[in-house]
Design a protein around this ligand. Structure first.
Ligand SMILES: Nc1ncnc2c1ncn2[C@@H]1O[C@H](COP(=O)(O)OP(=O)(O)OP(=O)(O)O)[C@@H](O)[C@H]1O
Ligand SMILES: [Mg+2]
Length: 183
C-alpha cells in the first residue's frame, strides 16, 4: 500500500522534483507478479542501466502512469510472443525489458524502455497514440494507455515520446524530458 501511495501521488497537484529511478522501480514492484516464472515460461529479465540523473520536475503521479503504461505494454508484447514459443525457445532467447536512463545535456534526461517482444507491425505504427486504438482482445485493452501517455508527456511536460519497433524483434520507447519545467 505504501508503494501504491508513493506511486500514484494523488495528493500532489504541483510540479515537484523527483527521482525518476524511484518511479520506475515503483512501477516494476507493482508489476513483479507478471515477471515471475510460470510452468510455460521462465522469468522475464529486467535489465537496468541507470545512470546518474538530477531529480526531474514533473507531475510525479502522471509520469509514473506513463512508465506503467509502457511497461504493461512491453509485458503484453512479451506474452504475445511467448504464446507462440516453447519453454525451451524462451529459455534460449529470454524475454527481457531493458531500462536505460541518461542525461542528454545539463537540461534534458532520456529514459528508454526496450522489450524483445512481438514488435509493432509497420502498418499500425502510425496509430498507436490514437485514443481507443488497440490490437488486444476485447476486454483486455481499452486502447487509451498510449494516448494518455502521449498527452502527459507532450502537453503536460513539454517533453517527447517516441518509439521504434521491428516486428518479431521488439520495441523501444524513448522519453525525453527537461529537468526543469518552463512556467
Ligand atoms: N511494446 C509494445 N509492443 C508491441 N505492441 C505495442 C507495444 N506498445 C504498444 N503496442 C501497440 O499499441 C497499441 C496501443 O497501446 P495502448 O497502450 O494505447 O492500448 P492497449 O495496451 O491496447 O490498451 P490499454 O488502454 O489497456 O493500455 C496496443 O494495442 C499494441 O498493439
Ligand atoms: Mg497499454
Amino acid at each position: 500500500m505504501l508503494s501504491l501511495r508513493n506511486f500514484s501521488r494523488l495528493d500532489e497537484s504541483e510540479y515537484k522534483a523527483v527521482d525518476i529511478h524511484e518511479g520506475i522501480d515503483n512501477s516494476l514492484m507493482i508489476l513483479q507478479d507478471r515477471l515471475k516464472a510460470t510452468d510455460k515460461s521462465p522469468e522475464i529479465q529486467i535489465i537496468k542501466d541507470y545512470n546518474n540523473l538530477c531529480n526531474v520536475e514533473c507531475y510525479a503521479g502522471q509520469i509514473n502512469q506513463v512508465f506503467m503504461n509502457i511497461l504493461v505494454n512491453a509485458l503484453d508484447a512479451l506474452e504475445e510472443l511467448n504464446a507462440k514459443r516453447t519453454y525451451q525457445e524462451i529459455w534460449d532467447n529470454p524475454s527481457s525489458i531493458t531500462i536505460r536512463t541518461s542525461a542528454i545535456d545539463s537540461q534534458w534526461v532520456k529514459i528508454s524502455i526496450t522489450d524483445n517482444g512481438s514488435g509493432i507491425p509497420k502498418s499500425i505504427q502510425k496509430q498507436i497514440f490514437n485514443p481507443f486504438f488497440t490490437t488486444k482482445p476485447v476486454g483486455k485493452g481499452t486502447g487509451m494507455g498510449m494516448a494518455i501517455s502521449y498527452q502527459i508527456i507532450t502537453e503536460k511536460h513539454g517533453s517527447k515520446l517516441e518509439f521504434a519497433s521491428t516486428p518479431g524483434k521488439g520495441t523501444e520507447f524513448v522519453i525525453q524530458i527537461p529537468i526543469q519545467q518552463q512556467v
